[in-house]
Design a protein. Structure first.
Length: 225
């Protein structure tokens, strides 16, 4: 209880993560911070710190939304990690189909390379489809996929994963050559997520999908708000 209070009081102040969830979302979905009040988020697609360099269609606010079963499972991950002095930071969760469509259109425009040096310095933009970094459909739009990392409870600083979120390159792969400490950090996240029903994606250390997703064949397009 003391540790939970400390996490809440420190991280909520440092990250300013709580917001009013006045906007309605479909039945079966929840704002993650309603289920996990001490979650930290950094919703990159609602701002310009992403591989396109501007807010993405459908992201009307910096909210993280998941299907209710996925959010409840994620709460168990958070509870276990806090006992090890870590907690979760979410970069993206449910993603509207209109956002995916914008990614596709962006990938077709060869001259738009504003964020290349930061997010894909060693990959030709024309190869993003072939390499699987951009696709016309995303599991995120089904509502049970989440992009996340771990942070330290004591200062809310990112845990060293040996690579940054949404970086298009081999360092993002689970098989990447990283330091032993970075490998341990990735494995702690992966094994804890796996314990509570989330499967990893080999190409992106931050990407997890809930196995028992309730909408495995539906791609939603309601806005993030």
């Amino acid at each position: 209880m003391i540790k939970t209070f400390f996490v809440t009081s420190v991280c909520l102040v440092l990250m300013n993560i709580l917001s009013l969830n006045a906007q309605e979302i479909p039945d079966g979905f929840v704002h993650i911070d309603e289920v996990i009040p001490d979650i930290v988020d950094d919703i990159r697609y609602a701002g310009d710190h992403n591989f396109i360099g501007k807010p993405i269609a459908g992201y009307k606010s910096e909210q993280a939304i998941l299907s209710k079963p996925a959010a409840e499972a994620l709460a168990k991950v958070q509870k276990e990690l806090i006992q090890k002095d870590y907690m979760l930071k979410v970069f993206d969760a449910y993603r509207p189909q209109r956002a995916v469509d914008e990614f596709v259109e962006w990938a077709k425009e060869p001259s738009d390379t504003l964020m290349k040096q930061k997010f894909y310095p060693d990959v030709a933009k024309r190869n993003l489809f072939e390499l699987g970094y951009i696709a016309s459909k995303s599991g995120h739009s089904r509502g049970s996929t989440v992009d996340l990392t771990m942070i330290h409870v004591d200062n809310c600083e990112n845990v060293d994963m040996g690579g940054t979120y949404d970086f298009f390159g081999e360092i993002s792969h689970h098989s990447a050559k990283v330091t032993p400490e970075q490998k341990r950090n990735r494995e702690l996240l992966r094994l804890t997520m796996r314990k509570y029903g989330f499967r990893s994606y080999s190409e992106e250390w931050w990407h997890y999908t809930y196995d028992a997703e309730p909408y495995p064949d539906t791609y939603f397009d309601f806005p993030v708000q």
